[in-house]
Design a binder for this molecule. Structure first.
Ligand code: KIV
Ligand code: ZN
Length: 513
């Protein structure tokens, strides 16, 4: 059996079910990009049938990231599976996650049904999902409280029907670590298709009794090869198993034979992003990502750490990206330093792209004294996604108190230059009106999020936007774009143009202008 542990991140599905922590599509795309950088194997992007917003998020995330498998949740219902398959159509690697409750509590009270009927519904759902040409994961909801012998029958039937991953959720967070491990071991020994690697077991533990991480580790030690986790352990009630805890356990315990694809140095950045977008502060003493996780305050500990960090530190803070995030590059940094940083951040670029990124790096470094890892990733990301038919060549804006905002814009459209000017009720309005004199489409700005990358008035800001192109919509939704610059209006116009670049014929059959 392989010793690779697959990381299935459900921050954007189970994690996002926390009341008050809902993310819009733009924010979900940003988290998905961060998860891709982090090296997760699977992103559960949503539950498409539950709402048009969730459906749209799965569509957009499928387009925005390409390395991880994109997974969509369903109930054991054909309409759910149809919606999931539709939402996944742009994903390079697709997975449908379907399932049904298998504990007696669920069978009796939720479904008013019988074990045999539930087994039949499970098989039918897996067969239907498999007919959609997607990888199929089956979940036995409340498996933690499901009788092991019945659970084994359901799991075996699901594998025969086409599932290659069997998820064993401890939905209520009830199990003891030993009990959960014994369950996984029982299944490994009694379900045809697990020992020979035709299918694998997945853990999905909730933290109601504070045992999610312990249960997940017990699952791994007994044969599970996928873990379902969230950043910062966010999730319903007391949350889900936290990704960073499992990743760092696997890294610190050198005697364990397991490997995984998590780039642990991206953990801090991912944690901060999720915390800020969900407006959910991380508990100060939270393992790995809490503010105090590496702070030694008692004199005895400080003395020990100063003599040798191994006295009280089992984790090097650099391993979770704590110091790395503070390393800065400036306008004086050379190409080699930038390349080194990109490599350390896991971004591989060829010589031509490197030249372009370095040029953009110098421009940004002229405006901003110090460039952080986030800036570098933003520049690389912008370059990698550059498929620009419409480009912003110049933008001049006059604005201020008591002044009518006025903008002059120069765009290149497939290499040809166009100029236009307009006034507006603000600098962005003037710029967009000028742009619309060149790009003559009916476009409506639907949603816009502005975010500073880190801190300081000289910081670059990121703008995410949704623009509706009236003639052609993806499932009734607009197109998403991203822009970044130290100038907030330029960043916004870049984001608008990024949306327009997605209107091209391969998407909607029209020319740009
Ligand atoms: O906790 C749970 O059982 C779930 C399933 C839907 C996978 O989230
Ligand atoms: Zn769950």
């Amino acid at each position: 059996m392989s010793d690779r542990i697959i990381f299935f991140d459900t921050t954007l599905r189970d994690g996002e079910q926390v009341p008050g922590c809902q993310l819009n599509t733009i924010e979900k795309i940003e988290v998905a990009r961060q998860l891709e950088q982090l090296g997760v194997d699977v992103i559960e992007a949503g539950f498409p049938v539950s709402s048009p917003g969730d459906f749209n998020s799965v569509v957009e995330i499928s387009k925005a990231v390409s390395n991880p498998i994109i997974c969509a949740l369903t109930r054991a219902v054909e309409a759910d599976i149809d919606a999931a398959a539709d939402a996944l159509q742009y994903a390079r690697l697709k997975r449908i996650h379907t399932g049904i409750g298998t504990s007696d509590e669920h069978i009796r009270y939720k479904f008013n049904s019988t074990r045999e009927e539930i087994l039949e519904r499970a098989v039918a759902a897996v067969k239907y999902a498999a007919s959609k040409r997607c990888e199929v994961e089956f979940y036995a909801e409340d498996a933690g409280r499901t009788d092991n012998e019945y659970l084994a029958r359901v799991a075996e039937a699901a594998i025969k029907a086409g599932a290659t991953i069997i998820n064993i959720p401890d939905t209520t967070g009830y199990c003891l670590p030993d009990e959960f491990g014994t369950k996984i071991k029982y299944l490994m020994e009694h379900v045809d298709g697990l020992a020979n690697g035709k299918a694998i077991l997945s853990t999905h533990c909730h933290n109601d009794l504070g045992m999610a991480t312990a249960n997940t580790m017990s699952g791994i030690l007994n044969g599970a090869r996928q873990v379902e986790v969230t950043i910062n352990g966010v999730g319903e009630r007391a949350g889900n198993t936290s990704l960073e805890e499992i990743a760092m356990i696997l890294k610190c315990h050198h005697n364990l034979p397991y490997e995984c694809g998590i780039n642990t140095q991206r953990i801090t950045a991912a944690s901060r992003l999720v915390s800020s977008l969900m407006s959910m502060p991380v508990q100060f003493n939270k393992a790995i990502v809490g503010r105090n996780a590496f702070a030694h305050s008692s004199g005895i500990h400080q003395d020990g750490v100063l003599k040798n960090t191994s006295t009280y530190e089992i984790i090097d803070p650099k391993d979770v990206g704590l110091e790395e995030a503070n390393i800065v590059l400036t306008a004086r940094s050379g190409r080699a330093a930038l390349k080194h940083r990109l490599n350390a951040l896991g971004v591989k670029v060829d010589a031509i792209a490197m030249n372009r990124i370095y040029e953009a790096f110098l421009k940004l470094a002229d405006k901003k004294k110090e460039l952080t890892d986030d800036d570098i990733l933003m520049l690389a990301g912008a370059d990698l996604s550059a498929k620009k038919h419409v480009r912003l060549e110049a933008l001049e804006v006059t604005t201020g108190k008591g002044v009518v905002p006025d903008a002059t814009i120069r765009l290149s459209v497939d290499g040809e230059m166009f100029d236009a000017s307009s006034t507006g009720n603000g600098p962005l309005d003037a710029s967009i009106k000028a742009l619309k004199k060149i790009i003559k489409r009916t476009m409506t700005l639907k949603e816009m999020t502005i975010q500073a990358l880190s801190k300081g008035s000289d910081d670059a800001c990121k703008v995410h936007m949704q623009v509706e192109n009236d003639n052609h919509l993806y499932y009734g939704f607009g197109y998403y774009g991203f822009g970044s610059d130290t100038d907030i209006v330029t960043a916004s116009v870049e984001a608008y143009i990024d949306c327009i670049n997605k209107f091209r014929p391969e998407n909607d059959g029209q020319d740009a202008i």
